[in-house]
Design a protein. Structure first.
Length: 228
């Protein structure tokens, strides 16, 4: 019987058979499973930000984007690289990866590069930061455009059509997929804007999905299901 794993998901209360869930920073092996479902939402929230106060209540920001502290900056680089390699290996041997796309949060991280200007007591150290993409751990580069809506059209074929037909009432789209280019599964009616797609990778497939929603997440379903 096939086994599935969710990373950074929240399906546990549904008690799916042969389905386990772990946080993004898990050390559990993905290779014990036939497929992985990974949610990109708030992945970077697993990492601590640098704080501007003693009580660590106010994260430091640079150009409006939160900055991870130095230790976590190096951790996220290392752990993103590890996750990317594991997902690549799973796909290469024929396993499937399902990616639930969310808002593409960004963080600034310390790059390890620094310069010192001046001498003696007047010396000043400057640490350089670089931006990291919340989707940066994925095996392929992803470019998204934020757009919230609920009317969609299934254009998938075969087993993918059956799948999307069965779950179409369970999700809103919050992003349209600009890259990568794959087989379109769900589009915005009357447009070429893609909200779900799949693509071959190695012997497996990587599938990009909108996030399922729960009715209580939204103020009024008659008003575009606006989020609280």
């Amino acid at each position: 019987m096939k086994k599935y794993v969710g990373i950074n998901t929240s399906f546990g209360d549904n008690e799916f058979e042969n389905f386990d869930e772990y946080e993004f920073r898990t050390s559990m092996s993905l290779f014990d499973y036939d497929a992985v479902i990974i949610n990109t939402y708030f992945v970077t929230s697993n990492y601590k930000c640098e704080s501007t106060d003693f009580y660590e209540q106010n994260p430091r920001k640079f150009q409006g984007i939160k900055v991870l502290n130095e230790d976590e900056s190096f951790s996220i680089i290392r752990e993103f690289q590890t996750m990317r390699k594991h997902l690549q290996d799973m796909l290469e041997i024929g396993k499937n990866v399902f990616v639930i796309l969310e808002k593409n949060e960004k963080r600034y991280i310390y790059s390890g590069e620094k310069t010192i200007s001046g001498n003696g007591k007047n010396a000043k150290e400057t640490n350089y930061v670089q931006v990291i993409d919340e989707n940066g751990f994925l095996p392929v580069d992803v470019k998204l455009e934020s757009l919230l809506g609920e009317k969609t059209q299934v254009v998938a074929n075969g087993e993918y059509k059956d799948f999307y037909d069965s779950v179409q009432g369970l999700y809103l789209y919050q992003q349209i997929i600009k890259e990568p280019i794959g087989e379109n599964d769900v589009i915005i009616p009357g447009t070429n804007n893609v909200v779900a797609m799949h693509m071959k990778y190695g012997k497996g497939n990587i599938v990009f999905l909108p996030r399922p929603y729960e009715e209580e997440e939204y103020i009024d379903s008659s008003k575009g299901r606006e989020k609280n």
